[in-house]
Design a protein around this ligand. Structure first.
Ligand code: BJW
Ligand code: ZN
Length: 262
């Protein structure tokens, strides 16, 4: 075991409270594309055309075409060892809060898969600060519904509409320029402020306000552990920065049973 892995394990095992912030990189080994970097979604798609409220108002069909295709690709993806290890950490270590920027639902599915006999899987569900791709939300009345997997976005007539008010439905995700849900973000910030350790996995940590999570832990005197194959703007501030894949490194630093048993 490398010295850095041992140090990260020790920091996590000794922490009273832990907050985990994940980004697209935690799902990369499950086949979900990241946003930035080689092969990232923003290399071949312009965010201002697809991930803003203005883009949806201008061309809802184009936006739906992209999200429907991502929704159907996601149906073939499974949680990986990093998602499973983080769920096990939440089940075994009291006061662990998972915060994810991902909309792919893979943390939920990992929690359902590894929940110990008799445990409530919700204990290991993350705060999804950027929403969920599998849900729709009405662009007029905000009503949330389970997203359809058969959206036909080849014409505007195929775009799903709200049963309550006939408004256009949209994916229930947070686009640039939109506010994050205040209660969800507040819970994430509170956990970050109280945590002795913030474990940051697979995020470039450039999108705010989510990127404030490790900053809040640092400001309150806690330590940051980073898992990422690349250096990020957070790297200089990390107590331990592990260079490599989440699916390999996360299980090494958060083995099942670390910390106190619930
Ligand atoms: C691996 C790996 C492996 C690879 N293992 N690791 C300052 C300047 C300019 C603008 C702003 C500013 N401060 C705030 C803003 C605005 C903006 C923002 O932050 N912009 C910055 C980009 C500059 N923020 C917003 O607009 C937010 N809202 C807001 O601020 O509202 C204010 C408001 C208040 C009140 C009323 C109204 C408004 C909203 C941000 C929403 C972001 N949405 C997206 C799309 C979600 C839906 C969808 O999926 O389509 O969220 S953008 C995209 O980026 C997505 C992600 O969650 C988010 C973060 O990306 P992430 O996860 O970090 O992915 P990558 O690709 O960047 O990084 C992957 C990492 O993984 C890399 O480091 C790899 O190396 C690594 N990796 N393989 C481990 N195997
Ligand atoms: Zn409606």
């Amino acid at each position: 075991m490398s010295g850095d892995v041992a140090r990260a394990r020790r920091l996590l095992a000794d922490a009273e409270r832990i907050v985990v912030l994940t980004g697209a990189g935690v799902s990369a080994e499950s086949g979900v594309p990241t946003f930035r970097g080689a092969g990232g979604l923003w290399k071949s798609h312009r965010p201002e055309d697809l991930a803003t409220p203005e883009a949806f108002a201008r061309d809802p069909r184009l936006v739906w075409e992209w999200y429907a295709s991502r929704r159907s690709s996601l149906a073939g993806c499974e949680p990986n060892d990093a998602h499973r290890s983080l769920a096990l950490l939440a089940f075994s270590h009291d006061a662990t809060t998972l915060v994810t920027q991902n909309v792919d639902g893979l943390h939920h599915r990992a929690a359902d898969a590894v929940a110990p006999e008799g445990a409530d899987p919700a204990v290991a569900y993350p705060l999804e600060v950027h929403g969920a791709l599998h849900r729709d939300r009405c662009s007029l009345c905000d009503r949330r519904t389970q997203g359809r997997t058969d959206v036909d976005a080849t014409s505007e007539a195929g775009i799903p509409r709200c049963d309550a008010c006939s408004g256009l439905l949209r994916p229930d995700v947070v686009w640039f320029g939109e506010a994050l849900d205040a209660a969800t973000l507040g819970a994430a910030f509170q956990a970050a402020h109280e945590a002795a350790v913030c474990l940051v996995v697979g995020t470039s940590a450039v999108v705010y306000p989510a990127a404030s999570v490790p900053e809040l832990t640092l400001r309150a005197g806690g330590a940051v552990i980073e898992v990422n194959p690349e250096a990020t703007t957070l790297t200089p501030y990390a107590a331990v920065s592990l260079r490599g894949m989440a699916g390999t490194l996360v299980p090494q630093i958060v083995p099942a049973g670390v910390g106190r048993v619930r």
